[in-house]
Design a protein around this ligand. Structure first.
Ligand code: ADP
Length: 496
């Protein structure tokens, strides 16, 4: 294969926009395109999207990325797909039309179903088999809701007329002109229907949620030749060869191919995943156990935890307090003071996630004195992002017994050098920022490229990945201890 002429096309179907990125063999971005699509909020707590728009926006940006780079379909060695996870679609096999809008991962309409299952004492059962919690977040109860609420849906599903899929399945089915109804193991592991030990759909869980097995996609690996695009999609058929949920794809894109390696994405919230090897690790801190990816017949697992409010706290400084004009200003303001002067900001605006799990906790600022300024608040807010991350790392270390060697980071807020330095200081390990910040798309590209021999192995992809900058710890142990103790105390106050 001539690398000079060939590229990989990554389709990154996100929650608010569809994106497409063309990568070359050195993992440089050759071109990209992005398009937002509509969100619907029909009732409080409900979030929906139009399945047809998800696909059409994705196809538009794929074509646009090719044309911006002056490439034809024949220049693309393979397509890799990554996607917003858990979002649930059901469509008609004969027409390809969704029977209902896509129910988005944020949608809370099935909270009562989950509550009832919990009351029935079934959470440990689901947890043991799926590695997840009984929460509306995951696809299973959303699918049950569609079958129960869309007229005729259950009967038609039982008769084999309907298909279920998460966004990966939906895209693959459409890209292949309805020839493949498949999902990769990383996406399947977010449904509450997938047994992480056997890597199959679990009949007992299907029975509990009353899901007919005939509606489910076939589970495949994350890196293999699935098929090619149907006529009319591009000027020529392109192979499709990689597929993984967005966070897992980012873990792969960060080169976390050895157990113990961790990536953290700093966006609105933080998403941390730790690769844990070939056996699923059970968490004692209510972290999720998930499939990282399946390559060949080998499954790699990960532990996952999230911080609800990270970059969103910077938005609050901008929009709520008005002490900065843009998110980028926070760095200079925070750097104008040598420390946060004993101030702690706990941005528990919507409760606290792992390992605290307190939906009733609320934000708090402690340690205000006469000398407190906006700069101290800015700095303490940056520290809060790093300190929440420390809490997650601690929980993961406790669950796995593996110390963190370094933290690999990506996401919008990693542009902030001060935040990255504070993070390294508080963790006491290097924080490694990758050159390509689009690690999600890069992971999907790697998965596809490895399947078709565009990259030979993970050594080759790790050479392509490259590091932008490594931040090494500089703070004294004494200062770190003071900050961590002060944080723990402030978090206790936030929970009162
Ligand atoms: P998402 O994918 O969740 O929308 P992004 O990865 O695009 O998030 O990152 C955007 C978030 O990062 C916003 O919440 C913003 O406040 C924050 N952010 C952007 N630039 C900075 C910065 N220089 N310092 C701190 N936070 C930042």
């Amino acid at each position: 294969m001539s690398h000079a002429m060939n590229y990989i096309l990554a389709l990154d179907q996100g929650t608010t926009s569809s994106r497409a990125i063309v990568f070359d063999h050195d993992a440089n971005i050759k071109s990209s395109a992005q398009k937002e699509f509509h969100q619907f909020y029909p009732c409080t707590g409900w979030v929906e999207q139009d399945g047809l728009e998800i696909f059409s926006s994705q196809l538009d940006v794929a074509r646009e990325a090719l044309s911006r780079a002056g490439l034809a379909a024949g220049d693309i060695a393979a397509i890799g797909v990554t996607n917003q996870r858990e979002t649930t679609l059901v469509w008609e096999k004969s027409s390809g039309l969704p029977v209902y809008n896509a129910i988005v991962w944020q949608d809370r309409r099935t909270a009562e179903i989950c509550e009832q299952l919990r009351k029935d004492g079934l959470e440990p059962y689901f947890r043991e088999r799926t590695g997840l919690l009984l929460d509306p977040y995951f696809s299973g109860t959303k699918l049950a809701w569609i079958l129960d609420n869309v007229p005729m849906a259950r009967i038609r599903a039982e008769q084999g007329e309907l298909l279920f899929g998460t966004v990966d399945s939906w895209l693959l089915w459409n890209l292949t002109g309805g020839r493949r109804h498949i999902t990769d193991a990383s996406n399947a592991s977010r449904t509450l229907l997938f047994n992480i030990h056997t890597c199959r759909w679990d009949n007992d869980l299907l029975n509990l949620l009353k899901i007919p097995a005939v509606i489910l996609p076939e589970i495949v690996s994350s890196s293999e030749l699935y098929g090619e695009t149907a006529p009319g999609i591009f000027s020529e058929a392109i192979l499709i060869a990689g597929m993984a949920g967005d966070q897992q794809a980012a873990l792969f894109g960060q080169g976390c191919t050895r157990p113990g390696l961790v990536k953290n994405t700093y966006g609105t919230g933080c998403f941390m995943l730790k690769q844990t090897g070939e056996t699923p690790t059970v968490s004692n801190n209510r972290l999720l156990t998930t499939v990282a990816w399946k390559i060949g017949d080998k499954v790699k697992y990960a532990l996952e935890g999230s911080v609800f409010v990270a970059g969103a706290a910077i938005q609050w400084l901008r929009d709520g307090l008005g002490i900065i004009e843009s998110a980028g200003d926070v760095e200079a303001l925070a750097a104008s003071v040598p420390d946060s002067g004993g101030l702690f900001v706990v941005p528990a605006f919507t409760g606290l996630g792992a390992p605290h799990w307190d939906p009733y906790a609320r934000g708090i600022i402690t340690g205000i004195s006469r000398g407190t300024t906006a700069a101290h608040i800015a700095r303490a807010t940056l520290e809060s992002i790093a300190l929440q991350t420390v809490d997650l790392v601690r929980a993961m270390e406790e669950d796995t017994g593996i110390k963190l060697p370094e933290l690999r980071v990506d996401g919008g807020a990693t542009a902030n050098n001060l935040l990255m330095q504070i993070q390294a200081d508080l963790l006491g390990v290097p924080v490694v920022r990758s050159r390509i910040t689009e690690t999600t798309a890069l992971g999907a590209a790697f998965l596809a490229g490895l399947a078709v021999g565009y990259w030979q192995d993970s050594e080759e992809t790790s050479i392509a990945r490259q590091i932008d900058r490594t931040f090494t710890p500089e703070m004294t142990d004494e200062k770190v201890t003071l900050l961590r103790q002060g944080w723990d105390k402030a978090v206790r106050c936030a929970k009162l």
